[in-house]
Design a protein around this ligand. Structure first.
Ligand SMILES: *[C@@H]1O[C@H](CO)[C@@H](O)[C@H](O)[C@H]1NC(C)=O
Ligand SMILES: *[C@@H]1O[C@H](CO)[C@@H](O)[C@H](O)[C@H]1NC(C)=O
Ligand SMILES: *[C@@H]1O[C@H](CO)[C@@H](O)[C@H](O)[C@H]1NC(C)=O
Ligand SMILES: *[C@@H]1O[C@H](CO)[C@@H](O)[C@H](O)[C@H]1NC(C)=O
Ligand SMILES: *[C@@H]1O[C@H](CO)[C@@H](O)[C@H](O)[C@H]1NC(C)=O
Ligand SMILES: *[C@@H]1O[C@H](CO)[C@@H](O)[C@H](O)[C@H]1NC(C)=O
Ligand SMILES: *[C@@H]1O[C@H](CO)[C@@H](O)[C@H](O)[C@H]1NC(C)=O
Ligand SMILES: *[C@@H]1O[C@H](CO)[C@@H](O)[C@H](O)[C@H]1NC(C)=O
Length: 709
């Protein structure tokens, strides 16, 4: 058991390093009253925190590019700029001016030893490494470049751009002109998979291209003709269901390319058959199917540094999006395919080869942390290189260093290095911090540590949770409780500093004892625990949440069990509705993009595979219907009695707007206090910062209304 709470005076108050020394002496000199000088993390401050992109290491391994994004709440504008980091010295210099709104730079890359590249306004720009100069347009062959990658050793530029069925960039402009002349706006579908996430399927699909480049001594570029690397894929019948690239990578020498595509066809909405193809970077060969033996989803292809092999992650179970990811390696030279670390009971989310190709570094959720593991290819031996906290990205620096982006409950994301020594023997020394992106903002701010607890939940299994103490904490007082319920359901609340709707310190700073429980079905506790939610949506997870709350109430005397609120988004919003149908122990609930009617939800969702797998079939057979009804909150509509705030985005095609309108109508019709917050311009998430600020304002107002006395 990981107990992070320190019992020393005010030890659970954590602060950022910049002001730490000053505050530390104050705290220890003067006691808890002084600790109250720490200001709460409020919405204005939270939304003005900076975010960093993954760092991209230079060809000489000395420097890295990264982007810093920020929001100005007063002007309601979002910006970012690119900086350059000296990896050895740890100093950074801002390279570009700030880009505003939709002009923000993305997809940073190196175009040469001292030339940075980035996408902005749908085009590729180059920027020489002189600070405060402007970038210049390098490549704009198409309406919009969606993504790009570059291999400076061979001059290979890979990029994705939207095309019509002919796969030609040149046809797109004409098509768009014709579209402007249309007298109607109808979109017509013959097959499912008519929409996904927040978009209706259109005629254009993202296609992968390669282009040769050379750079003259005086700096100007020669670009060759683009080659469509997906040209040789089998033709498809329905022009709306075509091959579309979801990910890709090239070998270091620029010879081989691997790309990820979902198999097009009328079963796309209920199949998870995502494949990886291998092809030659010059488009001279027909792409070769690498993952043909599997009908589950493949992801994260990555070439060994010598280009002789490609590794990837493979779910072996068809139709199951939360299956364990197995590591596979295909040796291109010998044709051998083998799996690595088959008995490992954790599911890596991305992999990277070590410089000597003997180890794969795997970002892997592990009991509420996302840790970087090294996995020895020959033996499958694996060991963690990081501990508590969340590693969001990793990049290789030379042969013995890794660059990671790391956060934890009390620290927002920053760049660190890890010395890995000889790759097989793993970790050499602690992480070294290179940046402190929000040090000036978070110094002196109240941030509660997460105190972990374990309790006996459903199936008599040990279940993990944690609690954060509210701002201004005084052990002799009682505090209202906020229970945060994660979505997925096959995800987990993690020891991380998220900048979205569910950062637990936002709730702790608002005055709540904040509780998180990684119920049955959560990822990162072994595959059996994840799988156990099958046909159990309202079963084991609900039992865990109730037993976990009982444990918290009997363990932490500062919790006021008569003033509790439960909140969740997506599956967490489904659970808020299920709670409403099953208990009245909460004063109020918040359901964000939740689900109320499981049967109706089936018929309007985009990804049918997910619900068909989780509920064990379809709702239009007698036995299937019973399974859908079993944990359907709508079936228990007469039982709802808890005041609820519903929040929904119009463009959420996973759980559609009706899934909040319906329970809101129910509560209004029954005369139960309730409120609807509708975002016409949001989807399954809250993307716009102004909307996110309003979201927190509405949620905190609702929580306070029901728990203040
Ligand atoms: C880091 O500091 C060194 C020494 O002062 C300087 O030469 C270098 O340009 C700096 N690098 C960056 C990226 O700021
Ligand atoms: C960079 O671009 C901005 C905006 O167009 C312009 O005001 C500025 O003068 C340019 N700076 C340089 C060094 O060219
Ligand atoms: C790129 O080309 C397209 C089509 O000609 C044009 O509409 C767009 O403005 C160009 N983008 C940039 C950044 O110049
Ligand atoms: C669009 O309509 C205008 C006016 O009728 C016509 O001149 C133009 O050629 C049309 N463009 C296309 C691409 O059909
Ligand atoms: C790039 O150049 C090489 C050597 O001239 C050629 O073989 C290859 O086909 C070119 N690739 C593309 C995508 O044009
Ligand atoms: C692939 O096989 C070749 C030939 O046996 C070998 O030289 C190479 O090291 C292998 N690649 C990897 C990454 O194991
Ligand atoms: C969280 O991250 C900070 C900064 O790296 C570190 O000092 C602190 O020890 C971490 N917290 C825990 C509990 O590991
Ligand atoms: C905690 O609350 C009690 C009761 O209200 C009060 O007497 C005490 O001074 C408070 N302690 C601190 C450190 O504020």
């Amino acid at each position: 058991m990981k107990l992070l709470y320190q019992s020393s005076m005010a030890g659970w108050k954590v602060w950022a390093p910049t002001l730490a020394a000053a505050i530390l002496s104050t705290l220890h000199g003067c006691g808890a009253a002084e600790a109250d000088r720490l200001i709460p993390l409020d919405s204005h401050l939270f939304h003005s925190l900076r975010r960093i992109s993954l760092p991209v290491v230079s060809p000489d391994q000395q420097r890295a590019l990264f982007a810093t994004s920020y929001y100005d709440p007063d002007a309601n504008k979002e910006y970012n700029y690119i900086s350059i980091l000296d990896i050895e010295l740890g100093n950074t210099t801002q390279l570009t001016p700030a880009f505003e709104g939709s002009d923000r730079a993305s997809n940073l890359l190196w175009l040469g030893p001292s030339t940075a590249g980035y996408l902005s306004k749908g085009a590729l720009y180059q920027h020489d490494l002189a600070p405060h100069t402007n970038g210049t347009l390098l490549f704009n062959a198409t309406q919009s470049i969606n993504s790009a990658t570059y291999r400076s050793s061979s001059g290979l530029l890979l990029f994705t751009a939207s095309t019509l069925a002919d796969g030609k960039i040149s046809s797109v402009a004409k098509y768009l002109n014709e579209e402007k002349n249309r007298t109607d706006s109808a979109m017509v579908y013959n097959n499912l998979w008519a929409r996904h996430w927040n978009k209706w399927m259109g005629d254009q699909k993202s296609t992968l291209f390669a282009i040769n480049t050379t750079r003259e001594a005086y700096g100007s570029w020669n670009l060759g003709r683009e080659a469509n690397l997906m040209q040789g894929l089998p033709p498809t019948k329905d022009q709306l269901l075509r091959w579309e690239v979801e990910g890709y990578t090239a070998s270091e020498d620029g010879e081989h390319v691997a790309f990820v595509v979902r198999n097009p066809g009328p079963d796309m909405a209920w199949s998870t058959n995502v494949d990886i193809y291998l092809t030659a970077a010059d488009g001279s060969r027909i792409p070769k199917l690498l993952t043909g033996t599997f009908k589950g989803a493949a992801s994260s292809p990555t070439f060994s540094t010598d280009g002789s092999a490609v590794a990837w992650l493979q779910m072996e179970t068809p139709g199951y999006e939360s299956d364990i990811n197995r590591i596979y390696v295909h040796n291109i030279t010998t044709g051998n395919v083998y799996s690595v670390a088959r008995t490992w009971d954790l599911s890596p989310q991305s992999i990277l080869w070590s410089a000597d190709n003997k180890v794969l570094y795997a970002l892997t959720p592990d009991r509420g942390d996302r840790r970087l593991f090294s996995v020895e290819i020959a033996t499958g031996k694996h060991q963690p290189l990081t501990g508590y906290g969340f590693v969001s990205n990793v990049a290789r620096v030379g042969s013995s260093k890794l660059l990671v982006v790391y956060s934890n409950v009390t620290e927002s994301s920053d760049i660190y290095t890890i010395d890995v020594g000889s790759s097989v023997s793993g970790l050499r020394g602690p992480m070294k911090r290179l940046t402190s992106i929000n040090g000036d903002k978070l110094g002196g701010v109240y941030l509660s540590e997460a105190e972990d607890f374990w309790f006996t939940g459903a199936l008599r299994d040990q279940v993990h949770g944690w609690i954060l103490r509210p701002a201004g904490f005084n052990a002799t007082k009682k505090y209202p409780l906020a229970l945060l319920i994660h979505g997925g359901p096959q995800q987990a609340s993690m020891h991380a500093f998220g900048l979205g709707q569910w950062n637990p310190n936002m709730y702790a700073s608002a005055g709540y004892a904040t509780v998180i429980i990684n119920f049955h079905g959560s990822s990162s506790y072994g595959q059996k625990f994840t799988d156990s939610i099958h046909q159990q949506w309202g079963g084991y997870p609900y039992e865990d949440l109730m037993k976990g709350l009982d444990h918290v109430i009997s363990t932490y005397s500062f919790v006021d069990a008569s003033r509790m609120v439960a909140l969740g988004g997506s599956y967490g919003g489904y659970m808020a509705n299920w709670i409403n149908a099953n208990t009245d122990r909460f004063r109020a609930l918040v359901a964000h993009d939740g689900q109320f009617n499981v049967v109706a939800g089936y018929y309007s969702t985009d990804e049918l595979w997910f619900i068909e797998h989780d509920l064990g079939g379809v709702p239009f057979t007698t036995s299937g219907r019973e399974k859908y009804d079993k944990y359907n909150p709508e079936r228990l509509a007469d039982k709802f009695k808890t005041p609820t705030l519903f929040i929904h985005g119009a463009n959420d095609f996973r759980l559609t707007l009706e899934q909040s309108l319906a329970p809101w109508t129910l509560l209004r019709r029954k005369g139960i206090p309730s409120r609807l917050v509708y975002f016409p311009d949001e989807d399954h998430w809250v993307n716009k910062m102004g909307n996110s600020m309003r979201w927190y304002e509405e949620v905190f107002k609702w929580m306070a209304q029901w728990t203040s006395s």
